[in-house]
Design a protein around this ligand. Structure first.
Ligand code: XMP
Length: 320
């Protein structure tokens, strides 16, 4: 049973000091690795790990081909400014190969987990001689996995999987007692810029969590283009999270006076404190019109745009 530290109880300075000591103790005089995705959790772990281990922490960004537009360059440049070198490792071919032909949500998540931890990370860790992987699992990830709602890509022990046995390295999870609101506080206290600690959450399986049905480079590119529009138009709403989802259904539309049997994007925008429950944000019709207009204009093949109005539960934040 993991003991939650609520945002109200959290004493950032003490938490950081404790975790720094624990990381130093676990890693000893060896080295550790962490994978930075640019999300709040992995960015916070990167800062914490560097405070504890300095140059003995190697930070990599795995380019899985499923990230948002320009993400790896942006994140690497931002951490460079903070004095942290990030190595970008291109593994997009491996991820697309693993996802090929899979439409089932849990099978997709499993394919990503295996590719990430077994293949790509297994290799990087072996080459580096590190024995520890530092990662930003948070309590909400554990809850949903244990409850059997979604297999979060980064949860093992609670499922009875020993990472040492399965992958050959230990996983350290310094944020596991926290939820998103507390992680933001810790990130801020560690010196992350607001642009990073205020960032909306982004899932480990990245844009593949936003493609219903089979994941191909083309379908990822479609949802990536729609994501650019959605993030630009909704960034000032103050919402907890917002996203574009590509549906599998085809819908009849028309373009240039001709029938166009096109595709459909669903927009979701959530109000939430910690992702456990969430309600759709009450957006104005003016924003809906902009979203629809710019998505059909900028994303090839889209003829229909919808907005999700169901709450979590029974909905979930991501569609996969
Ligand atoms: P759901 O879709 O379960 O999402 O309502 C709850 C929150 O978690 C994020 N999410 C993930 N984060 N690995 C992660 O690190 C995952 O596999 C994953 N799946 C969902 C989601 O974006 C939301 O903020």
């Amino acid at each position: 049973m993991i003991k939650e530290i609520t945002a109200r109880e959290l004493n950032s300075e003490r938490f950081i000091n404790d975790k720094v000591k624990q990381i130093q103790h676990a890693v000893g005089d060896g080295m550790a690795i962490n994978a930075l995705s640019g999300g709040v959790d992995s960015s916070t772990v990167t800062m914490l790990g560097h405070r504890a281990l300095g140059k003995r922490l190697k930070t990599v960004f795995i380019e899985n081909g499923l990230m948002r537009e320009g993400e790896s360059e942006h994140v690497a440049a931002l951490f460079q400014k903070l004095g942290i070198f990030v190595e970008v490792i291109d593994a997009h071919k491996e991820f697309f190969a693993a996802l090929k032909g899979i439409a089932d949500p849990e099978e997709k998540r499993e394919a990503i987990t295996q590719t990430f931890y077994q293949n790509v990370f297994g290799r990087i860790i072996k080459e580096s001689g590190a024995k520890h992987l530092l990662q930003g699992t948070i309590l909400t990830d554990v809850d949903e996995t244990v409850a059997g709602i979604k297999r979060q890509h980064n949860v093992f022990e609670q499922l009875g999987i020993d990472p040492q046995e399965a992958f050959g390295y230990r996983i350290l999870e310094p944020l596991i007692q926290l939820r998103k609101d507390s992680v933001r506080k810790i990130g801020k206290a560690l010196g992350l810029p607001a642009e990073m600690f205020e960032r909306i959450p982004f899932p480990g399986p990245a844009l593949s969590a936003r493609v219903i049905g089979k994941v191909t480079p083309e379908r990822i590119e479609t949802v990536r283009k729609a994501t650019i529009v959605v993030e630009r138009l909704l960034k000032d709403t103050g919402a907890f999270q917002y996203m574009a989802i590509l549906h599998e259904d085809r819908v009849t539309g028309m373009r240039d006076g001709k029938r166009d049997f096109g595709q459909q994007i669903e927009v979701r925008c959530w109000d939430s404190v910690d992702a456990r429950i969430a309600t759709p944000t009450q957006l104005s019709f003016e924003i809906f019109e902009k979203l629809a207009g710019e998505i059909v204009r900028d994303v090839p093949g889209i003829v229909s745009v919808t907005y999700n109005i169901a709450q979590k539960p029974p909905s979930t934040i991501e569609a996969v």
